[in-house]
Design a protein around this ligand. Structure first.
Ligand SMILES: NCC(=O)N[C@@H](Cc1c[nH]cn1)C(=O)O
Ligand SMILES: [Zn+2]
Ligand SMILES: [Zn+2]
Length: 509
């Protein structure tokens, strides 16, 4: 079937679909805070209403409760929807997430993060524009445009949209395993649009992701915040300089694995009539997690000769990464090293400290309790349980050296495993055909440094091929300030998703 009328329709009606993206972006569905939880739920209901309007059968699954900021609150609903139920057609499952990362204007956004603003170059700025509201709603527009034009959707479409992806996908895996032989029974392949082109011009298909293990390290001591002049502890100046030195991706350096570091605990000169400051202990411990030198954890799969060739063939230049980070401060200077660091080596990033004073001004306080947050991106063949065990052992050993009377606790908040797929599956061929039809180019095959843990869950629970089909570009700034989706990526992306469904229908499986 020709999709020319579909392409013409979306080209003519682009402004309408941009406005609809604006509606979705205007709902601040941040999954990581208690305050925003009603907005996440509202976004789930918005999708439900859109799907029902088009005649899809929709079920909201409630995965239960979670503890957040000391409160027990409902997890947002998982939106399961089915459009078409013809046994003669293949069934495609699409997944996406309707929650977003936090965003505040004062973080440095040029415009209000929850108002979609387009500039003269067609860049549409707004939290969730590219990650992942643009792609999620595009599946819905695909159904809508088929209906408007009287075109047959050549596959049955099952949709699974969650509201907790940015916060560990709590509750989702259990539902997928429980429904593998029920709701997800007839799924022939899975497609996820929740990542980015390698650069800014060439589309790609993605077959690998790193895993993520997210840690919270709590240090507590005094019963309340204290005056630093009255209760401040004294330590040697050398130790006071022990600040975190690396928070970048290069912190693929996890020094506790087989690399003994000389302890500096013996440099401490504690004034015992003063309190042990939780923040000082925490900074010391976080400093012990990473070094700029790059020491790699065990269990990393060796680089093979074949793999080495992949990097040379890719359309990726150092300028692509410089543009994406708005700077030239990369640790590596060759594209091969950059991509290897991103795709196939682990990294450790320090994210923040809850309880630390961060406002303007000069508050002289000793915080009573601080929580350091960091994550490790894991790769083949690392095991998340082993990583957690190693991290705990390392942090506890370093803390013991301090001789502090504070208390620590270290938790792995959530962990998802890395994923690598078989690109020879017909699902990838169908997507490659679709890219060639829309963009006139054979796509690159890429892996990514980010994590979508449900990808592996679908692959294992449904025993089927999972494909990542990105819509946005490498410089979209997902998770960052001024996140954007280019109008052309959105409009061509809608065409691509529709064409992919037709190619799946057409291919001999
Ligand atoms: N677009 C995928 C994505 O951004 N995934 C997140 C997942 C995550 C894990 N913990 C918090 N968020 C990522 O950071 O890779
Ligand atoms: Zn995402
Ligand atoms: Zn994200």
């Amino acid at each position: 079937m020709s999709l020319e009328s579909f392409y013409e329709y979306i080209d003519k009606n682009q402004d309408h679909y941009v406005r609809r993206l604006g509606e979705a972006v205007a709902i601040p569905s941040v999954s990581g805070t208690v305050q925003h939880r009603p907005e996440v739920v509202r976004m789930g209901h918005w999708l439900e209403a859109e799907l029902k309007r088009l005649g899809a059968s929709v079920e909201l699954r409630h995965p239960g409760k979670q503890e957040l900021e000391g409160q027990v609150i409902d997890l947002p609903p998982i939106v399961l929807a089915t459009y078409g139920n013809d046994p003669a057609k293949k069934t495609v499952l699409v997944y996406g997430h309707y929650d977003v990362q936090p965003a505040l204007k004062e973080d440095g956004w040029a415009t209000d993060p929850f108002t979609l603003v387009e500039d003269s170059q067609g860049r549409m700025f707004g939290r969730g524009s590219t990650d992942d509201k643009g792609p999620v709603i595009s599946w819905i527009w695909t159904i809508e445009i088929h209906q408007k034009l009287g075109l047959d959707l050549p596959v049955n479409l099952k949709m699974c949209f969650e509201g907790m992806e940015e916060s560990g996908s709590e509750g989702l895996d259990d539902i997928i395993y429980a429904e593998a032989d029920k709701y997800f029974k007839d799924v022939d392949c899975v497609c996820i649009s929740d990542n980015y082109w390698l650069g800014t011009t060439k589309p790609c298909l993605t077959y690998g992701l790193r895993g993520v293990s997210y840690f919270m390290l709590t240090v507590s001591g005094p019963g309340k915040d204290l005056h630093s002049g009255v209760f401040g502890q004294s330590r040697s100046p050398a130790d006071a300089l022990g600040i975190v030195r690396s928070t970048t991706q290069a912190a693929r350096s996890v020094p506790w694995s087989a690399h003994a570091e000389s302890s500096r605990a013996n440099q401490l000169t504690l004034a015992l009539d003063q309190v042990h400051e939780p923040m000082t202990d925490l900074i010391h411990l976080m400093h012990k997690l990473v070094t700029p030198e790059g020491k790699i954890l065990d269990d990393v799969a060796p680089v093979t000769a074949d793999e080495d060739k992949i990097y040379k063939a890719l359309d990726f230049k150092m300028d692509d990464i410089y543009n994406a980070i708005d700077a030239k401060n990369t640790i590596h200077d060759t594209t091969k090293e950059v991509l290897m660091s991103r795709w196939r080596f682990p990294s450790l990033s320090l994210h923040g400290i809850e309880g630390a004073f961060y406002s303007p001004g000069a508050k002289t306080v000793i915080p009573a309790k601080v929580v350091g947050k960091f994550s490790i991106r894991t790769v083949p063949n690392q095991d998340p349980d082993k990583i957690t065990e190693l991290v705990k052992k390392h942090v506890e050993a370093e803390f013991a050296k301090l001789g502090s009377k504070n208390k620590i606790s270290i938790e792995c908040g959530h962990a998802g495993k890395w994923w690598v797929a078989d690109i020879n599956n017909w699902n990838y061929t169908a997507a490659s055909n679709a890219i060639q039809k829309i963009f006139g180019i054979v796509p690159d095959y890429t892996r990514e440094g980010g994590s979508i843990p449900v990808t592996l869950t679908f692959q294992e629970a449904l025993k089927t091929s999972v494909l990542l089909l990105p819509m946005g570009r490498s410089d979209d700034g997902a998770h960052s300030i001024n996140e954007k989706l280019d109008r052309s990526n959105y409009i061509e992306g809608i065409k691509l998703l529709a064409t992919y469904l037709h190619e799946v229908a057409a291919i001999k499986a």
